[in-house]
Design a protein around this ligand. Structure first.
Ligand SMILES: *Cc1c(COP(=O)(O)O)cnc(C)c1O
Length: 359
């Protein structure tokens, strides 16, 4: 089976973990600090604050920007649930705006129309590794006095207009095993703002500035040195991994027939966390079955838009119709694009798809 995702763990990661284990210093320490510094450099950000996951990175970033009850945060319904749930964790309201069907990302015009006096922030998600239109979104945010918190959990190293995601303002990354780089579990907040950085550091460690003095309520959202050691070794390979993903994507672009392949418009660097095609005419699930029979794993990210998830409809009372997000949910199929694929794996995927779509 050609898997949809495969973490690339080498000797560097194994050695780094052993060094931490042998040092006896396991919790948040020098490896975390080194990882934060290197991660900030990778993005071109002033600060990076490591957390236990992408979800906790989003949670502390929203809190650090003072977002809470009574506030509205505009985001996309076509994303992993954590993007929207983190808004609920802080007591604010997710306001869903439909996506651009070509990029799968938030439509900036829709964002502008959704702004109300209660809107405090925009939470764009760089889905599948393609950045949102950050020029349009930062312009809207500036004109309306809004904060942008990027969900860059799928977009390590992605760029728009020559700038890396994570360098536009406050951004959150995930280091889960399927992401472009991993620390097994982990997350990162990047920010240019000294006060936001300080607040994130306090929130991840029980509001503790001085040992056992607690000035505010915080959490245990720390990253361990074991995880940071893996993350640091992975970070050194990010460019290589992203180049391999882009080369695999280019192969599919050149050879796939009968399906809609993903776009990377001029001015955008797509890092292909997922290579997501659209399969028309209700054939998506049959194609996925056919690929499974041919030994190809696929993924559906995401089968249900967030405004239609049971918790959101039954508990929160959302009654929205967002046609582009809903149609994407019924047509998308993600193919293996990870760096471990061989040329013959790619050929297997292409032949299986072209045979099915041509028949
Ligand atoms: C993975 C992911 C998250 C959450 O990250 P975890 O590390 O799994 O908590 C949030 N948003 C998006 C878009 C993601 O893909």
């Amino acid at each position: 089976m050609i898997p949809i995702a495969r973490p690339m763990i080498g000797d560097e990661e194994k050695r780094a973990v052993l060094e931490v284990l042998e040092s006896g210093m396991l919790a948040q320490g020098s490896r975390v600090e080194a990882f934060e510094k290197a991660f900030a450099e990778m993005c071109g950000a002033k600060h990076a604050i490591a957390t236990s996951s992408g979800t906790t990175a989003l949670h502390v970033a929203l809190l650090a920007h003072g977002i809470g009850p009574g506030d509205e945060v505009i985001t996309t319904p076509f994303t992993f649930i954590a993007s929207a749930n983190s808004i609920l964790y802080v007591g604010a309201k997710p306001v869903f705006v439909d996506i651009d069907p070509v990029t799968f990302n938030l439509d900036p015009d829709g964002v502008e129309r959704a702004i109300t006096p209660r809107t405090r922030a925009i939470l764009p998600v760089h889905l599948f590794g393609l950045p949102c239109d950050m020029a349009a979104l930062t312009d809207i945010a500036a004109r309306h006095g809004l904060t942008i918190i990027e969900d860059a959990c799928q977009a390590h190293g992605a760029e728009h207009l020559g700038r890396r995601v994570g360098s536009f303002g406050t951004a959150c990354f995930s280091l889960y095993p399927t992401k472009n780089i991993t620390s097994a579990e982990g997350g990162m907040v990047t920010t240019p703002d000294d006060a936001v950085a300080e607040s994130c550091r306090l929130l991840r460690q029980h509001g503790m500035r001085r040992r056992y003095y607690h000035d505010e309520i915080g959490y245990n959202f720390r990253m361990t040195d074991v995880h940071a050691a893996i993350g640091l070794a992975q970070l050194r390979k990010l460019e290589r991994f992203n180049a391999a993903r882009a080369a695999n994507a280019a192969f599919y672009d050149a050879h796939l027939c009968g399906v809609t392949t993903p776009v990377a418009p001029a001015g955008y660097r797509h890092v292909y966390h997922q290579y997501t095609i659209r399969v028309p005419d209700g054939k998506r699930d049959a194609l996925a079955d056919h690929l499974r029979q041919q030994g190809v794993g696929t993924g559906i990210y995401y089968p249900v838009a967030i405004h239609q998830q049971t918790y959101y409809t039954e508990q929160l009372g959302y009654r929205l119709h967002l046609p582009e997000a809903e149609s994407a949910a019924s047509e998308v199929l993600s193919l293996p694009v990870h760096p471990a694929l061989s040329r013959s794996d790619l050929e297997t995927v292409v032949t299986a798809i072209n045979t099915f779509m041509g028949s």
